[in-house]
Write a protein that binds this ligand. Structure first.
Ligand SMILES: NC(=O)C1=CN([C@@H]2O[C@H](COP(=O)(O)OP(=O)(O)OC[C@H]3O[C@@H](n4cnc5c(N)ncnc54)[C@H](O)[C@@H]3O)[C@@H](O)[C@H]2O)C=CC1
Ligand SMILES: [Mg+2]
Length: 339
């Protein structure tokens, strides 16, 4: 199998920010993770995203859409006071990023507060992250998913897996330490390869029984311990659809919060047109099919999920643009149109 070298990766220009401002932000974040006192001070003048049982707070916009509000710490402190809660709660915030003007951004789990009371005071609604993923602008998605992933990680790592003793976090929440065993734990992600297979004319999409009706996506699978990206890609395609990949090319990557944090590594792959007979593994997929360019183009034009399916099982659609599967499918369609 050939591993076609990807084109050089272009770093997206970040609006009007110049490189030095990017470097300043990254250095500042690095310092906040290492210096508890600096981070504590940054929190006093920082901003906070709110979550209730890991669901982020969203607000309606004037245009009927949704936005992700980020509150000044003073506003959150005021809310805690109104609800009769200890101001110390704010110190459990976890560092999630920083703005262009070096204002530190945190996320805070408020499951101990009454949900309706917080929603009323903050004029928002705590929304399941899967829904928020579709409702928010794509520029807001990385921050909201990162916040949830960090809060979830803290919830599930409060004890050392070697000693069973409680772990202590640093102020930024970028690590937890067990002082008994000396083990330091860092937030984890599971690497996943997602691959769009093509036979030159058509692309292969599949569906799991749990997918919404009519939705097909690219093949995906977790990396096994010790595997390279290419080895995972080759194994997953063989396991799931019984095909032998001929060549592969890296496309891009995405943090995916469901069901736990994954790093999705997105690739294109080809099989030879003479060896494209799908042999489905019953274990995971309920269907896998080759789709023509025209079918794919029609699916890309539909809303995700289409509003007009009204119980029809046969309307084919693909994941929304915020999912990296959509990007792979778009890239394939664009490539087909060019060639
Ligand atoms: N962002 C996107 O566009 C898409 C994302 N995905 C995501 O990719 C991920 C992997 O896809 P699947 O087909 O489900 O993987 P998969 O083909 O590896 O099958 C899942 C099975 O792998 C096993 N497994 C091995 N390592 C695991 C780990 N670290 N965590 C959980 N299970 C593990 C479990 O038995 C699990 O049932 C899923 O989280 C899915 O949500 C899938 C398609 C599109
Ligand atoms: Mg899979």
């Amino acid at each position: 199998m050939r591993w076609i070298r990807a084109l050089p990766i272009k770093i997206q220009p970040l609006g009007s920010r110049c490189c030095s401002s990017y470097v300043s932000r990254m250095r500042y974040l690095m310092n906040l993770k290492e210096d508890d006192e600096l981070c504590r001070r940054a929190l006093q003048s920082g901003t906070v995203l709110l979550y209730h049982k890991l669901s982020p707070l969203l607000q309606r916009t004037d245009r009927g859409g949704y936005k992700l509000p980020i509150f000044q710490v003073s506003v959150v402190n005021g809310m805690l006071e109104k609800l009769g809660k200890d101001a110390e709660v704010i110190n459990s915030s976890v560092l999630v990023g920083c703005s262009d003007s070096l204002l530190a951004q945190f996320c805070l789990e408020v499951a101990e507060l009454e949900q309706n009371a917080v929603e009323e005071l903050c004029q928002g609604v705590f929304t399941d992250l899967r829904k928020a993923f579709f409702l928010l602008r794509s520029s807001e998605v990385p921050l909201v998913t990162r916040g949830q992933a960090l809060l979830r990680w803290h919830q599930t790592h409060s004890y050392c897996s070697a000693t069973g003793k409680p772990t202590q976090r640093n102020q930024a929440g970028s690590q937890r330490v067990c002082h008994s065993s000396g083990i330091t734990y860092y937030p984890q992600m599971a690497p996943v390869v997602i691959v769009l297979v093509s036979d030159g004319e058509r692309c292969l999409l599949a569906r799991q029984p749990a997918f919404p009706r009519g939705m097909y996506s690219a093949l995906a699978g977790f990396c096994d311990m010790g595997e390279t990206v290419l080895e995972t890609l080759r194994r997953e395609v063989a396991e799931e659809v019984g095909l032998e990949v001929e060549s592969a090319q890296y496309s891009s990557s995405q943090h995916w919060p469901f069901p736990q944090s994954s790093l999705m590594v997105a690739c294109h792959a080809t099989v030879s047109p003479g060896s494209s007979q799908i042999n489905l593994s019953g274990a995971e997929l309920e269907d896998a099919r080759w789709f023509t360019l025209q079918e794919v183009q029609e699916a890309l034009q539909r809303n995700s999920p289409p509003r007009d399916i009204k119980g029809e099982a046969n309307v084919f659609w693909v994941p929304p643009s915020s999912a990296i599967a959509n990007q792979l499918i778009q890239e394939w369609a664009n490539q087909q149109l060019k060639s």
